[in-house]
Design a protein around this ligand. Structure first.
Ligand code: COA
Length: 168
């Protein structure tokens, strides 16, 4: 199986919407993706393709920590159910990490499975005295530092884009 990771283009939008709906079993994540994109708040949107079919997607939007340090929030991300557990999600995350680091992004935050994201370098954000704006378990809110120097004395509340709280 040949998996390609590339930036999302306009023709992918319907397939991305459909795969998010299938993976999550509801429309909320698809709606958030569509509104972030429409509001030009998608820092990075990558798709995974197999034989030119879009089977996976990851989106990053701006997150602000502390006084005013802007990094990236990972999510939503999804892989079509029949393509899960074949490392497609891993490839999307690794490509996203690399692209954001190359772009000078200082950090990535994620709310997610505590046994999935640590394999990509994410650690509980509480270790950096960074808190989530939502009430989530400590080990479910994780941080990946991409630029140690910029993050040296950064702590405080991490704020996501408003679309995450306003879109259902
Ligand atoms: C989470 C998701 C994107 C992972 O994509 P994937 O291509 O299946 O992931 P990979 O193949 O790279 O990694 C598989 C590993 O992820 C872990 N994993 C996958 N889904 C998981 C889940 N729901 N809970 C816990 N761990 C999970 C497993 O440990 C698995 O490892 P294993 O195969 O050795 O058991 C995919 O399962 C998905 O779309 N899930 C539904 C939507 C979702 O929950 N998105 C994430 C929150 S934004």
């Amino acid at each position: 199986m040949s998996i390609e990771i590339r930036e999302e283009c306009h023709d992918d939008i319907a397939a991305v919407r459909d795969l998010n709906r299938q993976a999550f079993g509801q429309d909320q994540e698809s709606n958030i993706v569509d509104v972030l994109r429409a509001n030009e708040a998608a820092l990075l949107s990558l798709v995974a393709t197999v034989d030119d079919r879009v089977v996976g997607h990851i989106m990053y939007s701006p997150a602000v920590v502390g006084d005013n340090i802007t990094g990236a929030a990972l999510g939503p991300m999804a892989v079509l159910p029949e393509y899960q557990r074949q490392r497609i999600g891993s490839k999307l995350i690794k490509a996203g990490n690399r692209k954001l680091k190359d772009a000078g992004c200082p950090f990535i935050v994620v709310v997610g499975h505590a046994d999935y994201y640590p394999r990509f370098g994410f650690r509980p954000a509480s270790k950096h005295r960074i808190k989530c704006e939502w009430d989530v378990p400590d080990n479910a809110f994780m941080l990946l530092v991409l630029d140690q120097a910029k993050m040296e004395s950064v702590s405080g509340l991490a704020k996501y884009r408003h679309e995450f709280s306003s879109i259902s």
